[in-house]
Design a protein around this ligand. Structure first.
Ligand code: ADP
Ligand code: MG
Length: 876
């Protein structure tokens, strides 16, 4: 009601951009008449303007008009007005909510081009390597055409490759490459090993996936330490002997377990009376993890076992997270449970959460189809405003009401029935599942029904195939089962995707050696391929090189390579051919209702439900979506409360009849809101706690960076030495000790440390005022330092400078590493301790501060000791 009275606030925000859109449209007419060269010269003009004034706003219309024209010339795609609006929102450092299929990839190059004119670099971040590569090769051509450089950072690249690519005007990469490079840069020993430039502007694609879904697991770089394999195995055995609700309780909501008194006594008996909480040899953490592994971590839902390794499956995306490990011994406990080799425990060397990482950018922006439901969180944590951009064409997808069944079995039957109906009609269906296990269950059910289908459970090595399957999921009668976000970022085109088919055909003919029968009908193709086969045979090109050339061929960028030119010609002939076939199929699929999306469980937030629904109804296409649920679904079981279980008992309906009940719908809504709130709190808490560490990380990293960048660290170390000596000369806190005795002792320590060739006069020192005493000590430090320096420089010129640098880095790194462990331990004790009225976060902050200052002191002291104690040996 209120909205009707005052107008939709979002609409108001969007209308603000109309003036600029008109300006860009007007400029378009002139720009259309310019030559390619003229367009490229404009980039130089604009760069000059930015160098002079940094007034991006003034040149925005011209820059956007240029990109739009270049995009049309290079890709054949001209930005729609709504895409211009999306680009402006990104330029302002906000989140543009644009539905799936609205062309966000193309939107990103508008602000990327504009902001890179400053020369400070723009990062465009996608959720996986495949998308980063695709986008840089595809839309990256536009800024290239306009004279800018475009880079790509991928997994497995060398340091030098990374550095080169980060130095480009626009760099495409993934959130994890970016984050790990940042952490590695801050562990670099030499300045030239640093690969990233200072951050400037970042555009996050699928921003909600990165800032919300992935925010739960921090990025960690770790090193191995010894593992207590025996303890994990023993704890696993014990956990199998303990019984739920008798020896321990399980809190599914908080994903936690607690030993009962009974359980403690029983375990201690099994351990021959050892104390579970013995501080020198504690069993409790091992046992609790073993019980968690037993009760809360289920094979093929939370993890899979592959080649004797436990690999995490992201609960909500179904994607497997190769290389990531659960922390604090949990991973080892699961290894023990599955009887696979227990890998060594690791020690964190560096870590950061995505939340804090992306806040390092002076300007951050993002785009996604689903952000509005998380508007409050994005605003509160990241200060990112969300603006919904209207769709280019009116949306015509029908979201049908949920069907709720009494039990799982009935639900899955109905899902299969619906698939059969759709398949018979010829409508493509996409079914989202929340786990590998469930996708396989449905797959076997569909096999029973004789429905041909594609099954996607997301493995990284299948990413590319995944994208291909998703791209074809809109073909007539196609049935595709996919774990939640499989193939995200790839558009489902009704009738199929001609470019994919064309590229695939070439790959299978040239690389996989498929038969050439298909070619015989088309003279032009036949000729092209005859040439290609000859060329490939004679030049002994590897498959990898060929794939690379094919990638270039599918772009439109300029090339002189004969092979690429021929590949491109073949590609274009094929695309045209398939386009005609697909157009017929498309019209057919449209006429029977488009893509139907089936959800098989409500997700942990409405946002994720919307992501799935959003696969259908792109660019005004017809389509529909429906969720099939059961009272046994996790969401209702865990968060539904007593109402649901009472309802279940009271219901006397047949299993296979969906339940219609307003009460049930309300419970469902409120359960989902509870889960949303629960996860929000968890993320907020992670954020609040990490913020403390974040300040400290910033302080240490910038100190470290200054060390790397300084040519001469002499003054730095002398200052460290002075504070160390002043610390030693602090008055004693012990009231009972005799002042004279105390200072005799301290001066002796100072003499030893500085290695002075004379002794300090106690009486003289005691006669000094505090300020005079400081001056006196400073002087001693400088004398000692000069002596040390001349002694060391005798061995080799410049050796002192090298020692200073290497000692500083060594000590900063080892102290920081230890500090990270202490902070971890602090987190844990804070969680265990009861605080009564006190706020644990404040306690945590206070204690963290004390830990940090003592770490800083420790660094100063140890560097000083190292410098004065070092006795380099004269090389003969
Ligand atoms: P999103 O990321 O928003 O889901 P994509 O960037 O993957 O969408 O683009 C979806 C499809 O829309 C692509 O096939 C692209 O070629 C097409 N597209 C994008 N912008 C335009 C445009 N201005 N004109 C025509 N087609 C477009
Ligand atoms: Mg996209």
């Amino acid at each position: 009601m209120l909205q009707v009275l005052f107008g939709d606030p979002n609409e108001k925000k969007v209308t603000r951009y109309t003036g600029l859109v008109n300006q860009i449209n007007a400029l378009g007419t002139d720009i259309k008449g310019l030559s390619d060269k003229d367009l490229q010269d404009k980039t130089i003009d604009l760069t000059k303007k930015i160098n002079k004034s940094s007034d991006f706003k003034a040149i925005l219309p011209e820059a956007f008009a240029l990109v739009r024209e270049a995009s049309f010339r290079v890709l054949g795609l001209r930005h729609f007005d709504v895409q211009l609006i999306g680009g402006m929102i990104l330029h302002e450092g906000k989140i543009a909510e644009m539905k799936t299929g609205e062309g966000k990839t193309l939107v990103a190059i508008l602000p990327a081009y504009l902001n890179s004119l400053s020369g400070l670099g723009v990062h465009v971040v996608t959720v996986n390597d495949y998308l980063a590569k695709r986008d840089s090769e595809w839309v990256g051509q536009v800024p290239k055409f306009l004279g800018l450089s475009v880079g790509l950072v991928q997994e497995g690249m060398t340091q030098q490759q990374r550095k080169d690519n980060y130095s480009k005007d626009i760099t495409y990469t993934t959130n994890s490459e970016l984050g790990f490079d940042y952490l590695r840069d801050n562990m670099a020993i030499m300045l030239q090993d640093i690969v990233q430039r200072p951050f400037n502007f970042c555009i996050l694609d699928e921003v909600d996936s990165i800032l919300i879904d992935e925010a739960r697991t921090p990025l960690i770089i770790s090193g191995a330490v010894d593992s207590r394999e025996d303890k994990y195995n023993r704890a696993n055995e014990i956990s199998q002997l303990l019984e739920r609700n008798i020896d321990y309780d399980v809190d599914e909501k908080a994903r936690n377990v607690l030993l009962t008194d009974n359980g403690i006594i029983k375990s201690e008996q099994i351990l021959n009376g050892q104390d579970l909480y013995d501080p020198t040899n504690p069993w409790a953490p091992y046992l609790l993890n073993a019980i968690k592994a037993k009760e809360l971590f289920i094979k093929d839902v939370h993890y899979i076992v592959k080649d004797q390794e436990i690999i995490i499956v992201d609960e909500f995306t179904g994607r497997i997270m190769e290389g990531r490990r659960w922390s604090d011994g949990l991973h080892q406990s699961i290894e023990a449970k599955e009887y696979v080799p227990i890998q060594s425990e690791t020690q964190t060397l560096a870590s950061i959460t995505y939340q804090n990482f992306f806040l390092l950018y002076p300007k951050l922006s993002g785009m996604t189809g689903t952000a509005k439901t998380e508007e409050a969180e994005l605003d509160k944590i990241y200060s990112l405003e969300v603006i919904t951009v209207p769709t280019h064409r009116p949306m015509s997808r029908k979201d049908l009401p949920d069907l709720i069944y009494k039990n799982q079995y009935a639900k899955w039957r109905s899902v299969a029935d619906e698939c059969l109906d759709m398949h018979t009609l010829g409508r493509p269906v996409l079914i989202g599942t929340t786990s590998v296990e469930k996708s396989e269950l449905l797959s076997s059910l569909l096999k029973e029904y004789g429905i041909p289908h594609n099954l996607l459970n997301a493995k990284p090595e299948n990413l590319k195939r995944e994208a291909e399957i998703i791209a074809q999921a809109g073909r007539k009668g196609a049935v595709t089962i996919a774990t939640n976000m499989a193939g995200r970022g790839t558009d489902i085109l009704l009738g199929g995707n001609a470019s994919y088919i064309a590229r695939n055909t070439i790959t299978s003919l040239l690389i996989k050696g498929a038969s050439q029968n298909d070619l015989s009908k088309d003279q032009q193709l036949k000729k092209l391929f005859t040439f290609l086969y000859e060329k490939i045979d004679s030049s002994r090109i590897t498959d990898k090189e060929l794939e690379y050339k094919l990638a270039i061929a599918c772009e439109k960028s300029f090339t002189e390579d004969r092979l690429v030119i021929t590949l491109r010609a073949a590609y274009q002939v094929l695309v045209e051919k398939y386009d005609q076939l697909i157009e017929l199929e498309r019209q057919n699929v449209v006429s029977i209702g488009g893509l139907h999306v089936i959800g098989t469980e409500r997700h942990e937030s409405r946002r994720v439900d919307n992501q799935l629904r959003g696969r259908s109804g792109r660019q005004g296409d017809p389509g529909s979506s429906r969720f099939f649920l059961s009272l046994e679904d996790n969401l209702l079981r865990i968060f539904g409360g007593d109402r649901i279980s009472n309802l279940m008992d009271a219901l006397r309906v047949e299993d296979d009849v969906p339940i219609e009940s307003q009460l049930l719908n309300n419970s469902l809504e409120s359960a989902q809101k509870k889960v949303e709130a629960y996860y929000y709190d968890a993320r907020k808490q992670l954020f609040d706690y990490d913020e403390v560490l974040n300040y400290q990380r910033q302080a240490i990293y910038s100190e470290r960076r200054r060390v790397l960048e300084s040519i001469n660290l002499r003054d730095w170390v002398i200052q460290y030495a002075e504070t160390t000596i002043f610390d030693i000369a602090q008055p004693s806190s012990n009231q009972n000790i005799n002042r004279r005795d105390y200072y005799a002792q301290q001066l002796k320590k100072i003499e030893d440390l500085l290695g002075l060739p004379y002794s300090l006069d106690l009486d003289y020192f005691l006669s000094l005022s505090p300020l005079e005493a400081e001056n006196f000590l400073s002087k001693q430090v400088r004398i000692a330092y000069d002596l040390k320096e001349s002694q060391i420089e005798l061995i080799e010129d410049g050796l002192m400078r090298e020692l200073e640098r290497s000692f500083l880095l060594q000590k900063i790194d080892s102290a920081w590493k230890e500090h990270l462990q202490s902070m971890n331990a602090l987190r844990e004790t804070i969680a265990w301790r009861g605080y009564g009225q006190k706020d644990p976060l404040i306690e945590y902050k206070n204690e963290a501060y004390i830990l940090f200052t003592s770490m800083v002191t420790n660094i100063r002291h140890s560097v000083t000791y190292l410098i004065f104690r070092s006795q380099p040996i004269l090389k003969v």
